[in-house]
Design a binder for this molecule. Structure first.
Ligand code: ZN
Length: 71
């Protein structure tokens, strides 16, 4: 699944969010890969600031199912 990196006004870090959340306008909040959740009005839809380490690790190590089974 593709991700977007957005800045959270709560902890001033950049988190990875699953892209399908970005297309859901009815959502009241977004939930990052590291389970940090932030209300829509506190999200800046751009990447700046320090990247969240937990998100980086989770996104970086998440492999497609077929790749995982082969290795
Ligand atoms: Zn995060």
């Amino acid at each position: 699944m593709p991700y977007v990196w957005w800045h959270s006004g709560y902890d001033l870090r950049c988190h990875a969010f699953a892209i399908d959340q970005a297309h859901d306008a009815a959502r009241g909040y977004y939930e990052a890969v590291c389970e940090h959740s932030v209300p829509q009005e506190r999200v800046e839809r751009e990447q700046h600031g320090q990247l969240c380490t937990t998100c980086l690790i989770k996104v970086g190590t998440e492999l497609p199912e077929e790749v995982r089974w082969r290795s």
